[in-house]
Design a protein around this ligand. Structure first.
Ligand SMILES: [Zn+2]
Ligand SMILES: [Zn+2]
Length: 392
């Protein structure tokens, strides 16, 4: 029972076990290599698809840091590959109709595998398209920027609206710590912010279990807690790109991905802090602005949600408040890892912030501390108070 808790991260692929939550879980990712020099494992990982064509997808930046090497390794080993470069210049690639359509157009009939070289958007876009065309894909991670590498959801944008349809799990993950050291600092901060968000995600899950009787898997909670411990212990090293800290961050993000994959929902890694982030992001997209990195938004939203837990303390079920540290402790943790800690600091304006507190609970049908405040008639008062505290 709960065998997965005995395994190291690279041993977790293809695990199936009976869990103390009463369900049988399986983690169907086939292969993972998170280590220094892991890119060398790519030909071995892709070997089962050697009889067909492989589409390798990257942008200008990810080509330089990993795509070039991936292509070389595959060619040296006799693979039949096709390359797709997103030449985005200074713009951020958006996972919308244009990007998804382009990948689909480049998928030849004899294509057997796609390899996504990148982090957030390239991963999501390749994940989504391959799920619909029923091809396996491998992700070569270029930044420890988010927890979606081994999750089956793919956040994409349709007609300006961001949503997260179920796609599928990756066949394999390459996380080379040497490549991660080339990641832009803002993406490292984003990954760290996404990890900090697990604090309130776990507290929110506890609340949902106690208030509306939602299902919970304690093995997944333990994986998420373990991930936070691994990452937070080495947070300081992220400021100077210490490879060990970056490896710990990717391992932590991957572990929470494993937790999500086991229960097929993002609950172990996403609560009200993610709803605020999605609310802000949709507003930015609607106004034609480049969105702020997902994890950076999640990070600054976390002390805000912790403040909700504080202000609702008198009504919380027993034991829930203990799961959520104070907003100040969370801000200090964010600062330790070099990440922004206030929505004001990343340019979220006062009115958008206030609106997100009032309406963010609606972004997805998931019980959270914001819904709890709403049901208890306290949402408006808390929204005004927190807005005042942050924006004056
Ligand atoms: Zn996230
Ligand atoms: Zn379970």
């Amino acid at each position: 029972m709960n065998e997965i808790l005995e395994l190291t991260i690279n041993e977790m692929p293809r695990t199936e076990f009976d869990c103390s939550c009463g369900r049988r879980h399986n983690f169907s990712v086939q292969d993972m290599s998170i280590r220094k020099g892991a890119i060398e494992d790519l030909p071995k990982m892709a070997a089962p698809f050697k009889d067909g064509k492989i589409l390798v997808v990257f942008d200008n930046n990810t080509y330089k840091v990993a795509g070039k090497k991936a292509v070389e390794l595959l060619k040296e080993n006799g693979f039949n590959i096709k390359e797709l470069l997103f030449d985005t210049g200074d713009d951020i690639l958006i996972p919308d109709e244009t990007t998804l359509g382009r990948i689909l157009q480049e998928q030849d009939l004899d294509c057997k595998l796609m390899i996504a070289v990148g982090s957030g958007v390239i991963n999501d876009a390749v994940k989504f398209v391959t799920s619909r065309t029923k091809l396996p894909y491998i992700i070569v991670a270029t930044a420890p920027s988010m927890d979606g590498y081994v999750a089956d959801g793919a956040p994409i944008i349709s007609q300006g609206y961001k949503y997260s349809p179920v796609a599928h799990l990756t066949y394999g993950l390459i996380g080379d710590t040497d490549i991660l050291t080339t990641a832009p600092q803002d993406l490292i901060q984003a990954g760290f912010g996404d990890m900090v968000g697990k604090i309130t995600a776990v507290a929110d899950w506890d609340l949902a279990v106690k208030v509306i009787g939602e299902y919970r898997c304690d093995t997944c909670v333990e994986l998420t807690n373990r991930a936070m411990d691994i990452c937070f212990a080495k947070a300081e090293g992220l400021n100077h790109r210490d490879p060990e800290s970056l490896g710990a961050l990717l391992e932590a993000l991957t572990l929470t991905g494993v937790a999500m994959a086991l229960v097929n929902i993002s609950r172990p890694a996403s609560g009200a802090e993610h709803m605020l982030s999605h609310y802000w992001e949709m507003d930015y997209i609607a106004r034609g602005l480049n969105p702020i990195h997902h994890g950076t938004q999640v990070g600054v939203a976390t002390p805000v949600i912790a403040r909700f837990f504080e202000l609702m303390e008198d009504l919380l079920p027993e034991g829930t408040k203990e799961l959520c540290p104070s907003p100040e402790e969370i801000r200090q943790l964010l600062a330790k890892g070099g990440a922004p800690s206030s929505p004001k600091e990343i340019g979220i304006d006062r009115e958008l912030f206030r609106q997100s507190l009032l309406n963010g609970y609606n972004v997805r049908p998931r019980y959270s501390i914001m819904q709890f405040a709403k049901e208890n008639g306290r949402l408006e008062e808390i929204a005004e108070q927190i807005t005042r505290e942050i924006y004056g």
